[in-house]
Design a protein. Structure first.
Length: 416
């Protein structure tokens, strides 16, 4: 263990191997089981065999939906890939086209179209509307093998906060820009929660995309399309998000953010019908989700807190590689014991706790949120920042701050 790590990081690092030591296996079904089982995460170089062609393999110059010309590949996920397309009916107008895998298309558990329709129509005048995805079109297409793929055409964004920050000094965005992005994501959540009645369930830095006011110039400056060799030797387009660093005079004032990817979202009044009760990436998972105590909109607030931590400090609060079954132990190390009323209703409580309410693996050392911040003196108003995080990172979901309370917090005052 590196001695320069702050005390909490040393503790967390030690316990990131708890799943292996305890012979625990992950319980997280990222998607409905029949989708997650078949969607092999090697889409970039999949050649397209009869049963392997789960993703739509578009070609540069191909016309989709009789209207959209494929220009480049932007990225991919476990059940979709995304392409930059030009609208033939409106030359020099570009969109992002998301094509679901075949299994993502036919699964009755994926309701992305319903969410996107609600988001588009609910209240365009709302302050958060600009910071959520807007669907302009949708259609079905079939690949060469006859497999169906549902496609969504949405507004074009540049790249995620992850890749954007990776090119910044110390892998961090300027603090004022980070505060601006945080405020805009709170606006987006306010729209999803309080207008659309949607719980996002997957808030994380890679699902926050940024764009600039001069997207036309950005497109003109893009590097040529790159290719990879597929499993059958065929050259396939490589994922290339729009890199905003190619704009030498990029102004932070012209940057805005959106909270994207509602593919695994949930209607707030239908949580019991969601395809899995174990939502969120493990490192950003809310305590009530971890122990199976039921969840709702406050689970998004917890993930938002973890996301803001990472945006500001360029490091995750908990190890990304930690098993989902280790996370409640790590949360206890940092934030203290879970409230008894949560433990009493937790479906998985006895996996982690003895009947007396003590952790089965209860280390002598405890940390704190303050100890997790390396070199706190380098961060302006660190006490205010920590207080802002604590409003979101409360073990009891009923005690977490509301979105309006977060917007009124002193840490965001600079961008009010």
């Amino acid at each position: 263990m590196k001695s320069w790590l702050p005390p909490l990081k040393r503790i967390v690092a030690d316990f990131s191997f708890l799943p292996r030591l305890c012979r625990l296996t992950p319980r997280t079904p990222i998607l409905p089981s029949k989708v997650a089982t078949a969607a092999v995460p090697s889409e970039e170089v999949s050649g397209g065999g009869a049963e392997e062609d789960l993703f739509y393999s578009a070609s540069i110059g191909e016309v989709l939906g009789s209207r959209y010309v494929v220009k480049r590949k932007l990225g991919w996920g476990i059940y979709s890939n995304v392409w930059m397309v030009e609208d033939m009916e409106k030359p020099n107008t570009y969109f992002a086209l998301k094509a679901l895998t075949t299994l993502g298309t036919v699964s009755p558990d994926i309701h992305e179209l319903e969410y996107l329709e609600c988001i588009r129509d609910a209240d365009p005048s709302h302050r958060g509307y600009r910071h959520v995805p807007h669907m302009f079109d949708h259609f079905m297409l079939k690949c060469a093998l006859g497999h169906p793929h549902r496609c969504f055409v949405t507004g074009l964004m540049a790249e995620s906060t992850v890749s954007f920050a990776a090119r910044s000094r110390n892998n961090r965005l300027r603090l004022k820009l980070t505060k601006q992005i945080t405020k805009e994501i709170i606006f987006a959540l306010d729209y999803l929660h309080n207008v659309c009645n949607i719980i996002h369930t997957d808030i994380k830095p890679s699902n926050i995309l940024v764009a600039c006011t001069d997207m036309e110039e950005l497109i003109n400056q893009l590097e040529p399309v790159k290719y990879l060799s597929g499993s059958d030797g065929i050259q396939v387009p490589q994922s290339q998000p729009l890199n905003m660093s190619c704009l030498p005079e990029l102004q932070e004032e012209g940057i805005h953010a959106k909270l994207t990817d509602v593919g695994v979202a949930c209607w707030a009044d239908k949580v019991d019908q969601h395809f899995t009760e174990v939502i969120q990436s493990p490192a950003l998972r809310a305590p009530e989700v971890c122990i199976g105590a039921g969840w709702g909109k406050p689970a998004d607030i917890w993930s938002l807190g973890c996301t803001v931590y990472e945006l500001v400090l360029s490091d995750s609060l908990f190890p990304r590689e930690a098993s989902d079954r280790a996370i409640p132990i790590l949360q206890t190390l940092v934030f203290g014991d879970f409230p008894s009323h949560m433990l009493e209703r937790g479906k998985y409580t006895l996996e982690h706790y003895n009947p007396n309410g003590r952790l089965k693996i209860d280390p002598e050392s405890r940390g704190s949120l303050e100890l997790s911040i390396e070199d706190p003196g380098s961060l302006p108003d660190v006490d205010v920042f920590i207080d802002f995080l604590k409003q979101m990172l409360r073990l009891d979901p009923e005690q977490r701050a509301s979105l309006d309370e977060l917007l009124q917090h002193e840490w965001l005052k600079e961008v009010m």
